[in-house]
Design a binder for this molecule. Structure first.
Ligand code: SF4
Length: 440
């Protein structure tokens, strides 16, 4: 979502005659788009502010802005380097950035805008993207769920959906520009509603756009995952066979404290239903370790659910207190750091075994792969992704292809993170517009 928001900001600035440079030394304005979801994301921003301090010393007129959820959540109450920041703007204030820059340059005073909007969805701004294979499209903003650990409802405001027409028209433009895949984004995509259409309706019409070969989405909330959507997935080959379904914890007691509104059994039943309706679907998840009061027994329950389901991969994080959340106010962060570390290491090991087993099951099979670009390690290899979002590496010498091509690959080997394969036939679909992208 932040990558998409940065593309929106670039577009807004370019429309107001700014040029984008990747060289910080050349810049007259530097923005850091921030995330508040974990403490680690905050620490990174303090590090980046330290890095650009010398630019401000060299150029007294340099305008430095802090954007996004961290700016919104802390509202200027930073622990360090606050003096060097001229602009603080939350996620709903980006259209005001050109005026805020002018004001700082004219008056030298600081600018703040933390207003949250019930309506702003930026559907009138076409993001300025780098060329590539995949494009993100935010189809909704905000969240109404108030999970107790999460800052999003406070930093991004109430849930609102873009119209189907605006999402389809953005997708059509993307197809014309050579993008082959779109990923529809929302904090809780199954809450998407617009003029009588739900997320299943939206997905159906997006897949009808010529030139787009794959459609992904993230993330649904396990509490209201409708069969209608699963049917659309099954019927529509362009929708990737992958569902990212955040579990967060496997203990009913902790799920209740998190206000996730489902139980462990509800989640397991949902997984069974998804696997029944969408055969071969790849499932991935998010887990929080060490939520306040998590006991050894609670953790074992999370471990058991993870073990039983066997996700293809997962994002596992230690709980970190987020200012202004319900958990911050009501539940002290009381699980010792070393206990969190011990538990997370056990879950990492379990996930590694599950990912390796899932990848090894693919060995010998033939998978459709969307080529993304050259491998970062060597220019002798390509990388692509399966529908299940697994990375596949194959030798460049084996086929003449370009980023954006769809290939069939025979999978010959696997590690926990990567599949290795070789093309077995001519291209399924060639890209017409894309050059070889160095990365995506
Ligand atoms: S569903 Fe919960 S975790 Fe996800 S963004 Fe909303 S409040 Fe945060």
């Amino acid at each position: 979502m932040n990558a998409y928001d940065s593309e929106l900001v670039k577009s807004i600035l370019c429309k107001n005659n700014f040029e984008i440079t990747a060289v910080a030394d050349e810049a007259e304005v530097v923005f850091l788009n921030t995330c508040a979801i974990r403490e680690n994301a905050h620490s990174k921003i303090y590090g980046r502010l330290g890095e650009i301090k010398h630019l401000k010393r060299k150029n007294k007129r340099l305008v430095v802005g802090l954007l996004g959820c961290m700016a919104q959540n802390l509202r200027g109450g930073l622990k360090q380097n606050e003096n060097m920041i001229d602009i603080f703007a939350g996620p709903d204030s980006y259209k005001r950035l050109p005026a805020m820059i002018d004001s700082v340059l004219e008056t030298g005073s600081k600018e703040y805008d933390f207003s949250l909007s019930e309506f702003e969805d930026y559907s009138d701004v076409y993001p300025k993207r780098l060329p590539g294979v995949n494009a993100w499209i935010a189809v909704m903003r905000g969240c109404d769920n108030f999970c107790t650990f999460c800052v999003v409802p406070y930093t991004r405001g109430r849930e609102r959906s873009r119209t189907v027409e605006s999402v389809v028209s953005e997708t059509e433009k993307l197809a014309q520009e050579g993008f082959r895949q779109v990923t529809l984004l929302g904090q809780n995509v199954n809450s998407y509603r617009s003029n009588g259409s739900d997320f299943a309706d939206l997905m159906r019409v997006v897949t009808e756009v010529d030139g787009i070969e794959r459609v992904r989405f993230t993330s649904p909330h396990p509490k209201d995952f409708p069969d209608k959507f699963l049917q659309v997935m099954v019927e529509n080959p362009k929708i990737c066979n992958h569902v990212h379904l955040p579990l967060q914890a496997g203990s009913d007691r902790i799920l209740a404290k998190m206000a996730r509104t489902y139980t462990r059994d509800d989640f397991i039943e949902l997984v069974d239903r998804i696997r029944d309706i969408v055969p071969g679907v790849a499932l991935t998840t998010d887990i929080i370790i060490g939520f306040p009061t998590e006991t050894d027994r609670d953790f074992e329950e999370t471990y058991e659910v993870m073990d039983g389901i066997g996700f293809e991969s997962s994002y596992i994080f230690k709980y970190s207190e987020r200012q202004n959340t319900i958990a911050f106010k009501k539940h002290p962060d009381d699980v010792p750091e070393e206990v969190k570390t011990e538990r997370i290491v056990r879950l990492f090991e379990l996930q590694k075994r599950k990912s390796l087993a899932a990848n090894q099951r693919e060995v010998g099979s033939t998978l459709e792969v969307l080529v993304e670009g050259r491998s970062k390690k060597t220019d002798k290899e390509w990388i692509g992704r399966t529908e299940g979002n697994k990375i596949v590496v194959f030798e460049k010498a084996l086929t003449a292809c370009r980023a954006g091509d769809l290939l069939r690959l025979q999978i010959n080997a696997a590690t926990a993170n990567t599949l290795f394969g070789e093309p077995i036939a001519t291209h399924l679909k060639l890209t017409e517009k894309a050059d070889e992208f160095s990365s995506c």
